[in-house]
Design a protein around this ligand. Structure first.
Ligand SMILES: Nc1ncnc2c1ncn2[C@@H]1O[C@H](COP(=O)(O)OP(=O)(O)OP(=O)(O)O)[C@@H](O)[C@H]1O
Length: 377
């Protein structure tokens, strides 16, 4: 069962087409004003396009009409669509439990059944203990978890997430991100995000929008490896290595142990569990996507500006050191971006000349652990 959408809204310069498969999560990215939120509002039934149609399996969400196919419009509550926005938007006068039970109740379930469903979903987002509170007694992160439970409690065929982490502080965002990873698995979802890590961790595919149109789309890894739009190219700048979490680092199958610093709430949890900081790793990260079986999955991310380039490994240094072969050199602002497979380093033109770098040069990319952010995937 597929979601198919085409929509034109002249006032917002929107002209998009989108298809989302049955258990696919699509990340919608793009610069400010690209039309990402407008797209979500169209799918949610909050905005009426001038032209177009949307179908979810054999159901029509809307059709603006043409000779031979009449105008159709399903109101938001009848679409089978759940929405999680930047703000939780809970009903302030209802308890957490009643907020989550609201959807099942309006679908016709009795109180006992709706409450049981609400408790089950609160369990899914680790918020059962909040059931009796009012929204005013919740932190931002707690409210967002409750809003996620509320969005899921109607068992929507499509989940829409519009920058769900944007309003959260740095400590709450990683927890919600790992919850989303769990609940989005096998579910159809569209997530609007500004963060490439969200796309990497949560989505199967990226759709890049610009000025109301889709300018690029494809599997997340493929878009980042071969970006065609300037926006995707800017996203692709970040170095990301995947593997399994090991203390304050990530053990990759081909780049060894990448040492870094744990981010946000996860750092607190790891510290409480008594995990330490590993020694810096060495290895060849040319492919860098391996995911060894041991331990929960994690990502190590660092900007090209944090990478130094050496002809020989620095002696006695506690830094991450990756032997690589240069594949490409390109101008990047005042610097030269040195690409080596999936990794990139930005260094000065003078350093590039001094090291006599060219495609095929075998060098060492070196990055301090303090510059590497470690995320649970
Ligand atoms: N309520 C509104 N009324 C009229 N035009 C709007 C409204 N909201 C947004 N727009 C316009 O529609 C276009 C798309 O905006 P939209 O908010 O969908 O972009 P976005 O990609 O979500 O941007 P951002 O990343 O800044 O949230 C922009 O030109 C914007 O100015």
């Amino acid at each position: 069962m597929t979601l198919e959408l085409s929509a034109v809204i002249a006032e917002r310069h929107l002209d998009v087409a989108l298809t989302v498969g049955g258990s696919e999560t699509v990340a919608v990215m793009g610069p400010n004003g690209a039309g990402k939120s407008t797209l979500v509002q169209v799918l949610a039934g909050l905005l009426r396009p001038d032209a177009g149609h949307a179908t979810l399996g054999d159901r029509t969400l809307f059709r603006t009409g043409s000779p031979g196919s009449p105008r159709e419009w399903l109101p938001p509550h009848a679409r089978g669509v759940g929405v999680l926005a930047q703000d939780a938007l809970l009903f302030p006068h209802l308890s957490v439990l009643d907020n989550v039970a609201f959807g099942p109740r309006s679908q016709g379930r009795g109180r006992a059944g709706a409450d049981a469903a609400a408790r089950r979903w609160l369990g899914e987002v680790d918020a059962v203990e909040l059931a009796g509170r009012k929204p005013g007694q919740l932190s931002g992160g707690q409210a967002q978890r409750v809003a996620l439970a509320r969005a899921l409690a109607t068992d929507p065929e499509l989940l829409l997430l519009d920058e769900p982490m944007a309003a959260l502080d740095i400590n709450s965002a990683p927890f919600l991100r790992s919850l989303l990873k769990r609940v989005l698995a096998g579910r159809r979802a569209v997530i609007v995000t500004h963060h490439v890590l969200d796309a990497l961790m949560l989505a199967d595919r990226i759709v890049v929008m610009d000025r109301g149109r889709v300018v690029e789309e494809g599997p997340t890894a493929a878009i980042l490896a071969h970006p065609r739009s300037p926006f995707a190219a800017s996203l692709a700048g970040l170095n990301v290595l995947a593997g399994s979490l090991a203390g304050a680092g990530v053990r990759t199958s081909d780049a060894g142990l990448v040492a870094g610093r744990l981010t946000g709430a996860f750092a607190g949890a790891a510290a409480a569990a008594g995990t330490g900081s590993p020694a810096a790793g060495t290895g060849s990260p040319a492919a860098g996507t391996g995911s060894p079986a041991a331990g929960p999955e994690g990502l190590a991310a660092f900007p090209p500006s944090a990478v130094s380039v050496f002809l020989a490994p620095p002696q006695g240094s506690p830094r991450n050191c990756f032997p690589v072969t240069v594949t490409e050199l390109e101008p990047h602002g005042d610097h030269i971006r040195i690409r080596a497979g999936r990794l990139a380093a930005d260094i000065s033109p003078a350093a590039t000349a001094e090291l006599r770098l060219q495609p095929g040069s075998r060098v060492f990319f070196v990055v301090k652990a303090a510059e590497v952010a470690i995320y649970p995937a």
